[in-house]
Design a protein around this ligand. Structure first.
Ligand code: UT7
Length: 331
């Protein structure tokens, strides 16, 4: 019997309608469009403003789109994973809520928190349930409502992040298409450079933590930038080498959209031509767990069956990694 691989067979995505442009941010903090564009590549991001709407609502829209495209019902889903650090509630998981809202009555599910590498980790995790033969249909979502934890008086962070994400369906493939290889890494000693200080069991919410603005993202950008460039480039070149892929063999790089300069550095180390490097950072900013599925959603139409895709991420933890996919269909 031929080996089973996990192939992406459908994609859905969602971004809120409200745009927060660099010019809007100029009115909130001491910054300007020229600085943000040249330092990050971001022009605008999307913000989920509607009261009562949360991460699960964005994921529901994306999963419903994916089910419609594939022509299947929610009841056929075996497992649904949500990569997120901004679930609707501390518990239960966002995956539980999404399954309820879409009517995935036969699925089990869980959240996976690995900050900006969340979707990459979740994709590899979901793939294992397909490869083992245990499940036939696994949905992997990557979504964050970063505006819920961003301090719009802090110019170090508020210029970067936005809301949104996407979802993919994984199904078994016996022709060698799908997820071929992965390298996943973490180093928790990096947590001091990118984290949320309060709200967890270390520092539960109090009036003091709120007054000290400790429920927002804290980032030492320069340090994170340094680790991100080195580690994302290392892991992406490593996955090429061990799969005997030359730069000509790689069709597209889908890298975490945190900063255009980090992506450019990674692509340069991989020796990739600029047209192979997919980017949508200018319109969505950094959506944390959402960036990779949003790239799939935006660029799906240009992928051809057999294309070699390299995914790469770096984020809080630190967490980072790379996945090699042989694309499974023409859309
Ligand atoms: O997704 C998870 C992982 N996160 C990342 O990968 C993000 C990694 N870090 C970054 O992308 C970048 O470090 C930032 C975009 C956050 C910052 O860019 P930078 O080029 O590292 O800027 P910097 O912090 O070194 O600041 C350079 C200068 C400073 O001024 P002086 O000291 O040179 O006079 C800052 O005060 O720019 C100033 N500055 C700003 N100016 C206008 C910092 N933030 C801003 C701002 N607008 N928003």
């Amino acid at each position: 019997m031929s080996k089973i691989t996990a192939a992406i067979t459908a994609i859905g995505g969602y971004v809120p309608e409200t745009k927060l442009t660099n010019f809007d941010l100029e009115k909130l903090v001491d910054t300007n469009d020229e600085w943000i564009t040249s330092r990050t590549g971001i022009k605008e991001r999307r913000i989920l403003r509607e009261p009562g709407k949360a991460t699960s609502d964005m994921a529901v829209a994306a999963v419903n789109e994916l089910l419609k495209k594939r022509g299947i019902s929610a009841e056929e889903i075996d497992l649904l994973i949500v990569a997120t650090i901004t679930g609707d509630l501390v518990f239960p998981s966002c995956a539980n809520i999404v399954c309820d809202k879409i009517g995935a009555k036969n699925a089990w599910g869980f959240d996976l928190a690995a900050a900006c590498s969340g979707f990459l980790y979740a994709l590899d995790t979901g793939a294992k349930f397909i490869e083992s033969g245990k499940h036939k249909k696994v949905v992997v979502c990557g979504f964050d409502k970063m505006s819920a934890i961003i301090d719009y008086t802090d110019r170090n962070t508020c210029i970067i992040f936005g809301d949104g994400g996407g979802a993919v369906l994984l199904e078994p493939n016996e022709e060698g298409y799908g997820i071929i290889d992965s390298i996943l890494k973490s180093d928790g000693s990096g947590r001091e450079f990118l984290h949320q200080k309060a709200g967890g069991s270390l520092k539960p919410p109090t009036h003091e933590t709120i007054d000290a603005r400790e429920h927002y993202v804290y980032q030492e950008g320069k340090t994170v930038f340094k680790y991100a460039t080195t580690n994302m480039a290392d892991v992406s070149t490593q996955i090429m080498e061990r799969n005997n892929l030359t730069p000509d063999d790689v069709d597209y790089l889908l890298a975490h959209q945190a900063n255009k300069r980090i992506i450019d550095y990674t692509a340069e180390k991989m020796n990739l031509a600029p047209e192979k490097v997919l980017m949508n950072i200018e319109k969505y900013g950094n959506t944390t767990s959402g960036t990779l599925p949003l790239l799939f959603w935006d660029f799906e139409k240009q992928f051809k069956k057999g294309d070699n895709l390299i995914l790469a991420t770096f984020g809080g933890g630190f967490t980072w990694g790379s996945i090699y996919i042989k694309w499974a269909y023409n859309s």
